[in-house]
Design a protein around this ligand. Structure first.
Ligand code: NAD
Length: 458
């Protein structure tokens, strides 16, 4: 039996349970076990599709109980945690049903034939963060499994229980060793990306660790898909309806206590509308009720770690010292001892303060006044993050014109944080490499083999 470590509830700081403290040798054993089943699993696409459909139904049926485990260890509201499992079920079903050619035949050239065959890339290491432990794993698992890959999942050390629970449901329908989970801390992190035998790393997390993974994966030339950090701006145009805009921006910015890679993390608004938009944002966030994720009536939970809570508080304090003003929030806001911060709106935030310029990933939202739209777009494009951005205006033609200039993986108009099953999601520049979702997500797990043939004689 491996040693174990304790998982805590970030709202109450109470212990929730123990999970295995796996070591690199456990990863090595999992790699060996995956190899025993790889060939048979890769051979039968219809069997894989059937297994994924069955797993999808089971996850859906148990979503609420599974969601409670996730809510307790992550902090998010129970209903949102349940939704992660329904999203996972949807992804499993989507990829099970997706039509794709195992073989493409290219136009013939004389007596030669050219075929492109698609084979699974091999063993995948799926490394996930703590903010959406289930939906972000499912967006890797579903295409990887349907492609015929085996998978070893490594969740964040602080959210292992929900990942183990999801795998337990899936493993009722998958052959043994097709999907394995390793949990632990420290030395375990690097094992999947460094060890031979793993052919691909699919990672979601911070830009810093994504860059480290590229380096760790380089000596064994592993393929990588990297979904990394973002610092999404909402760009409000001067003709926007401020009430409509504020309500939707607040809904994106404070979901999961602001710990969403593709949430609105800063708002740019024409100087003349800045005060009115701030007021409308305050009105919108005043409706939020912070508390324990599983408690009735809670609409926003704690932040997930003390480090994250402190970082956001420090950024807010420095934004205020540099000329910003707290228009709402800024306090702990509950008697619970966990990592809480009231939904915090910082008005008149200077453009270069950390709360605006860095990914703050928490329950704070800066409002930045701008004077020149073109200059603002140019400044945003000059930055390293390129995950998403939104444009807000009733004039769709004008909004499309601005959106088409943005150097981002997703440009939203009059909405934010909306993803589709069949459209690619990913980041430009420092926000990532490769794409997830739809056929683009599947292609990340396939290797093309070109078979170029000619007759033996003649
Ligand atoms: P993180 O980068 O600290 O950790 C992510 C995962 O990597 C964890 O499982 C961690 O244990 C593991 N890890 C740590 N060091 C490693 C190493 N050297 N080699 C291999 N794995 C290692 O991220 P986090 O704090 O868990 O999550 C927050 C970050 O994730 C934010 O930056 C956020 O923007 C980003 N994120 C991006 C997306 C996206 O789709 N683009 C989605 C969600 C979160």
């Amino acid at each position: 039996m491996p040693a174990t470590y304790e998982v805590i509830d970030p709202a109450t700081l109470d212990p929730l349970g123990e999970v295995p403290l796996h070591q690199p040798e456990d990863v090595e054993a999992a790699i060996t076990a995956a190899a025993t089943v790889a060939r048979t699993w890769a051979a039968d696409r219809e069997a894989r599709r059937t297994a994924l459909r069955q797993a999808s139904e089971a996850v859906l049926a148990e979503a609420e109980d599974l969601g409670r485990i996730l809510s307790l260890e992550q902090g998010k509201v129970w209903a949102e945690a349940t939704q992660e499992f329904t999203v996972a079920a949807g992804l499993l079903r989507h990829y099970a049903d997706l039509e794709w050619d195992l073989v493409e035949t290219l136009p013939s050239r004389g007596d030669r034939s050219v075929q492109v065959q698609y084979a699974p890339v091999g063993l995948v290491g799926a490394i996930t963060p703590w903010n959406f432990p289930i939906s972000l794993l499912a967006v890797k698992l579903a295409p990887a499994l349907v492609a015929g890959c085996t998978v070893i999942a490594k969740p964040s050390p602080s959210t292992p229980m929900s990942t183990r629970a999801l795998a337990e449901v899936l493993n009722r329908f998958l052959p043994e060793h097709v999907l394995q989970v390793v949990t632990g801390r420290g030395v375990l992190s690097k094992a999947l990306s460094e060890m031979p035998g793993v052919r691909k790393i699919s990672f979601t997390g911070s830009t810093e660790i994504g860059a480290a993974i590229m380096a760790q994966a380089a000596p064994t030339v592993k393929k990588v898909t990297l979904e990394l950090g973002g610092n999404d701006p909402a760009i409000v145009l001067d003709d926007a309806d401020l009430e409509f805009t504020a309500a939707r921006i607040a809904g994106s910015a404070f979901r999961n206590a602001g710990q969403v890679c593709m949430a609105v993390k800063r708002v740019y608004v024409p100087r003349a509308q800045s005060a009115a938009l701030t007021e409308a944002l305050v009105e919108a966030v005043s409706a939020l009720r912070i508390g324990h994720g599983v408690a009735e009536g809670t609409t926003m939970g704690p932040m997930h770690t003390s480090g994250q809570q402190q970082l956001v508080k420090d950024y807010v304090a420095r934004a205020v010292a540099e000329g910003g003003r707290i228009a709402h929030g800024g306090e702990h806001g509950t008697d619970l001892p966990g990592y809480f911060l009231e939904p915090t709106i910082v008005a008149d935030a200077p453009h270069h303060t950390e709360l605006v310029a860095c990914e703050q990933f928490g329950a704070a939202l800066p409002v930045v006044a701008y004077d020149d739209l073109d200059a603002t777009v140019a400044e945003l494009n000059a930055q390293e993050f390129g995950l998403g951005a939104s444009v807000w205006s009733p004039d769709l033609e004008r909004a499309h014109e601005v959106a088409s200039q943005l150097e981002v993986g997703t440009a939203w108009i009059n909405q934010h944080t909306v993803v589709e099953l069949d459209a690619p999601f990913g980041g430009w520049k420092g926000s990532g490499l490769g794409r997830e979702r739809g056929r683009w997500g599947l292609e990340e797990y396939l290797e093309p083999r070109t078979v170029n043939a000619r007759p033996h004689a003649g």
